[in-house]
Design a protein around this ligand. Structure first.
Ligand SMILES: Cc1ncc(COP(=O)(O)O)c(C=O)c1O
Length: 348
């Protein structure tokens, strides 16, 4: 006897990365920022607490929309906020993809996309990246039942981007919305934000979890043309962002100086991590994100992950059926990365 819809019974459910709450690990497994957020964030939270939490928050997070609109050069009605960018991905899937319809994603990429399709009772189609992490033509193929395409750029686990001109070309060939998931874009050299104005089918999602060091706060947003945003707004929970997160996220995007300084530190440490992993014999993809993807042809990597974990260094072991496995390592502080490389040097 089950009370669940058949598709819920049939699915395994998304398994997030390990989140030990004890603080004993050097934590390099879920691409968090190792530095504390802008001081403006703390001040905004304190100010919101002083004013009290008795009232419901602004349903559309107007303060954030206005601030972000100025910064990103759009109008506020081009922005919809979410409880983390995962919320935005959920809203888009619910809004566009019906039961039995098709959602397309590249493989390997963010595993959650497939779970979102399963929850809808929809089907998903995974198109393999080429060996150089570019997309085959097939990714833009029109199909009658295709309702939404997810494209993470930078991608996880590879940290690679699809150049904006190719994204635009893809969108122009597709019959449905293309959501470019830019959770890691602030660590990259290009972005697709301005494409939303050039093509109504392009939606660009962003996260404050990584580049603004606010994974614990839960805030993300999507930029698209106003009719798309208005449609998505019908699907979201009434108060999907709380008063503390709206105030904090508004302060965070308002401090672009903090973002630039943080980015410079992360990029410098990323260079150190990539060089160190290659010296150890790993094949490490050139990353445009705050993590690196590392494979090894000479030895299995799962034991390395386990050994690192015993040594209190947590990285992400990923095994993609039909593709292979590797270690995804987040860019921490220089000290954290040196500690990780030092432990690896002893065991590789
Ligand atoms: C590709 C990608 N998109 C979206 C997210 C979700 O980020 P958040 O919900 O914290 O904004 C993640 C998180 O790891 C991710 O890797």
């Amino acid at each position: 006897m089950t009370y669940f819809r058949p598709e819920i019974d049939a699915m395994a459910g998304y398994v997030p990365g390990e989140q030990p709450q004890t603080g004993e690990f050097i934590k390099l497994n879920t691409n968090e920022n190792p530095y504390p957020a802008s001081l403006a964030v703390r001040q905004a939270i304190e100010e919101t607490l002083r004013r009290g939490l008795e009232k419901y928050p602004d349903p559309m997070a107007g303060a954030f929309r206005h601030r972000a609109a100025e910064i990103f050069g759009v109008e506020p009605d081009w922005i919809l906020c979410g409880n983390g960018s995962d919320d935005v991905l959920t809203i888009a899937t619910r809004a566009f993809v019906g039961q039995g319809q098709l959602l397309r994603l590249p493989y390997p990429s963010y595993i959650l996309y497939k779970t979102l399709a399963q929850i809808q009772g929809a089907r998903s189609e995974e198109i393999d990246f080429r060996d150089d992490w570019s997309l085959p033509d097939e990714f833009a193929a029109a199909r009658d039942d295709l309702r939404l395409v997810f494209l993470p750029s930078p991608n996880s686990p590879s940290g690679t981007v699809v150049p904006p001109e190719q994204v635009l070309e893809l969108a122009q060939r597709l019959p449905c919305p293309l959501l470019v998931d830019e959770a890691y874009i602030d660590f990259s050299e290009t972005n697709c934000l301005e494409l939303a104005a050039r093509c109504e089918r392009i939606l660009v999602s962003r996260s404050l979890s990584k580049s603004y060091a606010l994974a614990g706060l839960r805030f993300g947003f999507v930029v698209a043309q106003p009719p798309i945003i208005a449609g998505l707004a019908k699907v979201k929970d009434s108060y999907n962002c709380d008063a503390l997160s709206i105030a904090a996220a508004t302060a965070a995007v308002g401090d672009q100086q903090w973002l630039a300084e943080n980015r410079a530190k992360i990029l410098a440490t990323r260079r150190r991590l990539v060089a160190g992993m290659r010296e150890l014999g790993f094949t490490t993809v050139d990353s445009q994100a705050n993590f690196t993807w590392n494979t090894h042809s000479g030895q299995p990597v799962r034991p390395l992950y386990e050994r690192l974990k015993r040594d209190r260094v947590l990285v992400r072991y990923m095994d993609y059926p039909g593709w292979g496995d590797g270690l995804r390592i987040s860019v921490g502080t220089d000290e954290q990365i040196d500690a990780c490389l030092g432990r690896l040097r002893a065991i590789v």
